[in-house]
Design a protein around this ligand. Structure first.
Ligand SMILES: Nc1nc2c(ncn2[C@@H]2O[C@H](COP(=O)(O)OP(=O)(O)O)[C@@H](O)[C@H]2O)c(=O)[nH]1
Ligand SMILES: [Mg+2]
Length: 328
């Protein structure tokens, strides 16, 4: 079902060590193993996990064309100027298909080529059986283990995948552009709950202040405790870099906010991943050892036809997996 189901296959000798030493080729190899859901990737992740947790994960999300890639590039420049190393994961469904995004990414990669303090990787959005959010998180772990101080995760939109990806990060930056008033309304539900900071990019364009105002009016509806973090709204112009230092300063303030919210978030993330892994492995076990060929599919049919309810079906499967009941 996924790469995590077979922990036995050892990773290539030396790969983890080279990765931990920051070798770019080892980083690239490790990411490929994760993307391919290679059985050895689990062993690799297990080896590197004790060396992770040091990087700060910054999620940058927003609609296509908002300027996220440009912004991430500028943030990277600024972070390098501040002597921090940077890993970038761009999860952009347009990247593999549209020349524009690929070209943009190539230009970006060239801009940082030769700087061993930066590692950039675009992720395909298709074909992740274990889920895109998990693959993204695992790639972030690799970059973390390789010694990057900051990992920037660029992702498009506000679907469930993206919300899960953003939950992976320590801080989420939601990027909007002038004239996005309607968008702000539409994004309300998904985005409001995950945004730690808002960026109104393309501030050189008309209407930036109106967009700021519409985000503010949404924030005004939320009840913030006096000591709670209230998402600031920053105006940037990614093409020139205007506002980017202020954005990074705001992220630093968020990071050092006087609450244990950061720890709570990391715990929640661990819980999410652990539950997911346990569920996956259990389902794998069920598929291999408990259910007969085609039984799962047949069960789905019967549930759809209302001859079985899913609660009884699930109970039955669990009982059988635990060996408490013989197959009917
Ligand atoms: N006018 C203006 N254009 C920008 C700004 N930031 C990005 N762009 C342009 O917006 C387009 C989309 O940018 P991109 O970073 O690829 O957006 P993404 O799809 O969100 O990653 C590009 O043509 C950028 O040059 C900005 O601050 N002002
Ligand atoms: Mg982009």
């Amino acid at each position: 079902m996924s790469n995590t189901s077979n922990p036995a296959q050892p990773a290539a000798p030396g790969l983890a060590d080279r990765l931990l030493a920051g070798d770019p080729r080892a980083i690239a190899r490790a990411i490929s193993l994760i993307e391919d859901e290679a059985p050895t990737s689990t062993d690799l992740l297990r080896r590197i996990f004790p060396h992770t947790g040091r990087a700060y994960l910054i999620g940058v999300t927003g609609p296509p064309g908002a300027g996220k890639s440009t912004l991430v590039d500028r943030m990277t420049q600024e972070l390098r100027a501040r002597n921090r190393t940077v890993g970038i994961v761009a999860v952009d469904p347009t990247s593999p298909f549209t020349g524009g995004a690929i070209l943009g990414d190539r230009v970006r990669m060239q801009a940082h080529a030769g700087d061993s303090g930066v590692f950039i990787r675009s992720m395909a959005t298709r074909g992740h059986l274990g889920g895109l959010a998990r693959a993204t998180y695992e790639v972030a772990l690799v970059l973390d283990a390789s010694g990057k101080d900051v990992v920037l995760i660029e992702t498009v939109g506000v679907g469930q995948d993206e919300v899960d990806i953003v939950r992976t990060a320590d801080v989420s930056v939601v990027t909007l552009v002038p004239g996005a008033g309607d968008e702000v309304q539409a994004l309300k539900a998904g985005i409001m709950e995950i945004a730690d900071l808002f960026v109104v990019n393309k501030a050189d364009r008309e209407g930036a202040d109106r967009t700021v105002a519409s985000i503010e009016s949404l924030l005004a509806l939320e009840a913030y405790a006096p000591e709670a973090w209230r998402p600031p709204i920053l105006k940037t112009q990614a093409t020139s870099g205007t506002g980017v230092p202020e954005l990074l300063d705001a992220i630093d303030r968020f990071r050092s906010r006087p609450s244990d919210d950061g720890l709570v978030r990391r715990r929640a993330r661990s819980e999410f991943r652990l539950r997911e892994l346990v569920a996956d492995r259990f389902l794998d076990h069920v598929a291999r050892e408990v259910l007969g060929d085609g039984e799962f599919e047949a069960l789905l049919e019967r549930i759809a036809g209302r001859s079985v309810d899913p609660y009884s079906a699930a109970n039955d499967i669990v009982e059988r997996a635990l060996g408490r009941r013989k197959q009917a």
